[in-house]
Design a protein around this ligand. Structure first.
Ligand code: GDP
Ligand code: MG
Length: 393
């Protein structure tokens, strides 16, 4: 963990997701905005694609008004199979940048990601028309018109469309001004804390002396309330164990030993900005994202976990994310569906189906938070495709 000790407590905080079709320039754009490559694994760097959620934070300052704001960016995975990860990222953002490469235009994932944002109730969207350096004026204009048509009637209908070249650093300032104009959602500080875990890590280098070891780290965002160093916390569903041939989950209790927002060490966290909570847990428990999808709060304040949920759903007319058009067929009894609840991803089998309501029996239990929503994805030819959305009832 870094050691910067600047006071960022009074800055406005916003969490912004960067989404769009693979290769349209999301990671490059993030680098231009923050000067950092989103926190990715070497495996991902080798393959040149983001396969997990990456973070990069920055403090933006307006060159016109001097207004300052702290922004945590979440880089969505570019791989089409990982729409589910993208949706779990959508659970932790306030706003999004949708990147569309001007030379390629609207692609299947452009559509899928926009609908996914809509599904997750993300209403503030900035559209970046990227790679403007690769097209002539005519083509740029045509692409702009295509984008206009594409967003008509969607949540992004009135979103600004900003022509940019992430690679050639064209118009990045304009994008920054736009990010400074986004509304900060109202934060609920009085309720019990709800922290959604998107990643979990072992941050120790191999060979670290025992006395210098850091405890297990949870990465994610605080939805409401506050958390401070020394707080006792509970983590649910927690640790998965096999007991009497059955998979069971055990709530984990621990203490927060340090908190970091981006590169800044802080003592107390309020909503806004992505956080790393260092705990007193053994790193074995947190390494390789093993606690991703969990929810953290004060001991005794989270609802009981459940592996049975009932949702009210709505299906799309067409399957999203595919190149060719395909109508969505109705849900089938006993069908396996991929669901996204909070930051967790779980397969659920339909156990009861009636009208627009379905009951699921889940592979991995969830923490049923009030007003929880979910994407509904079906496996089509080996790929999970978004076919609808639902609300837990
Ligand atoms: P991602 O998959 O959406 O994260 O896309 P990347 O950021 O990895 O970019 C994919 C490729 O497009 C890389 O080779 C980038 O260098 C290139 N690229 C990104 N932005 C631009 C741009 O504005 N202009 C041009 N010419 N290339 C770009
Ligand atoms: Mg990328």
């Amino acid at each position: 963990m870094a050691k910067e000790n600047v006071d960022i407590t009074n800055l406005e905080m916003l969490n912004v997701g960067v989404v769009g079709h693979i290769d349209h320039g999301k990671t490059t754009l993030l680098y231009r905005l923050t000067g950092k490559f989103a926190d990715t694994h070497s495996e991902e760097l080798k393959r040149g694609i983001t396969i997990k959620l990456g973070y990069a934070d920055t403090i933006l300052e307006s060159s016109k008004t001097g207004k300052k704001r702290y922004i945590s960016f979440v880089d969505a995975p570019g791989h089409e199979m990982l729409m589910a990860t993208m949706l779990s990222g959508a659970a932790i953002i306030d706003a999004a940048i949708l990147v569309i490469a001007a030379n390629e235009g609207i692609r299947p994932q452009t559509r899928e990601h926009l609908i996914a944002l809509q599904t997750k109730n993300i209403k503030q969207i900035i559209i970046v028309q990227n790679k403007i350096d690769l097209v002539d004026k005519e083509k740029a204009k045509k692409n702009y018109e295509d984008i206009k048509k594409f967003i008509k009637g969607t949540v992004a209908e009135n979103s600004p469309i900003i022509p940019v070249s992430a690679q050639q650093e064209i118009n990045i300032d304009k994008l920054k001004e736009s990010l400074l104009e986004l509304k900060i959602p109202e934060r609920n500080l009085k309720e019990k804390p709800i922290f959604l875990v998107a990643r979990s890590f072992d941050i120790n280098r191999p060979g670290t002396k025992v006395k210098d070891l850091h405890g297990g780290v949870l990465g994610g965002i605080l939805k409401q309330g506050n958390l401070k160093i020394g707080d006792e916390i509970e983590i649910k569903p927690g640790l998965s164990k096999i007991k009497a041939n059955k998979q069971v989950y055990e709530t984990i209790k621990t203490k927060i030993s340090s908190i970091q927002k981006g590169n800044y060490k802080i003592k107390e966290a309020t909503p806004g900005g992505s956080l790393a909570l260092e705990t007193e847990l053994d790193n074995i428990l947190t390494k390789a994202d093993s606690l991703a999808g969990c929810v953290v709060s004060k001991p005794g304040s989270l609802p009981e976990i459940t592996d049975k949920i009932k949702i009210k759903f709505e299906l799309f007319k067409e399957v999203l994310g595919t190149d060719k058009q395909m109508a969505v067929e109705p849900l089938k009894p006993t069908e396996l569906i991929l669901l996204n609840i909070n930051t967790s991803i779980t397969v659920g089998q339909i156990s009861k189906l009636k009208g627009a309501e379905a009951e699921f029996s889940l592979r991995i239990p969830i923490v049923p938070l009030v007003g929880g929503n979910t994407g509904i994805a079906r496996n089509i030819n080996g790929h999970w495709r978004l076919i609808g959305f639902g609300e837990i009832i």
